[in-house]
Design a binder for this molecule. Structure first.
Ligand code: 5GP
Length: 185
């Protein structure tokens, strides 16, 4: 859906990135990734459900064969605060030993989910593990995990759209927008 389809929705405050801006940035990231991984096969690992749109557009922007696999983890309950407690809801179908794994994320907030995920994947002896995220919040800069590809750094607001939800709503919004603070506080 487009922004105008929920125009009367007062919870949605401001458009941060249009669909065009997002796709343009993902194309740039794909070109960088393609060059960096020359001569190496990539296994893209998407984190459900938020990274579905990023995965779809990033994967299609890559001018080469890639494999895709998915993990589902829970870090947020029904609220909007990361708990640091991560549970695997769906594990990979692929054995990643010896593979070049590129984790595809929608957003890094505290980075707790991601540092857990990287440690978990590293324990399976891949050839390499790197991270590509569309969005990163300032808090994430304090974490120890090295994020190789970042689409946009954004302010510390709660954002929705392009795969990102609030209580399972807004995932199918084409743009990315901020949610009014009264909704999630
Ligand atoms: P972290 O562990 O980095 O704090 O949280 C990562 C996960 O929290 C993301 O994959 C996403 O599911 C959720 N999250 C963090 N910030 C936001 C946000 O601004 N909007 C939405 N919709 N989800 C977020």
């Amino acid at each position: 859906m487009e922004r105008e389809h929920v125009e009367s929705d007062l919870d949605l405050e401001q458009t941060l990135f249009t669909e065009e801006q997002i796709v343009d940035r993902l194309r740039e990231m794909a070109a960088e990734i393609d060059a960096d991984y020359e001569g190496r096969d990539i296994l893209l690992v998407g984190v459900l459900k938020g990274a579905v749109m990023v995965m779809a557009d990033l994967a299609r922007a890559l001018p080469r064969h890639v494999e895709m696999d998915w993990m589902a983890v829970s870090s947020y309950g029904s609220g909007t605060k990361s708990s640091g407690v991560v549970r695997i809801l769906k594990d990979l179908d692929t054995d990643i030993a010896g593979r070049h794994v590129l984790i595809v994320e929608d957003i890094i907030d505290t980075g707790l989910t991601l540092s857990w995920l990287v440690a978990n994947l590293r324990s399976r002896h891949p050839a390499s593990v790197e991270i590509a995220t569309l969005l990163r919040k300032p808090d994430a800069l304090q974490m120890e995990v090295d994020v190789k590809y970042v689409g946009f750094d954004i302010p510390n607001a709660f954002v929705v759209g392009y795969g990102l939800d609030f209580s399972e709503k807004y995932r199918n919004l084409r743009c990315i927008g901020t949610l009014a603070e009264h909704v999630y506080r």
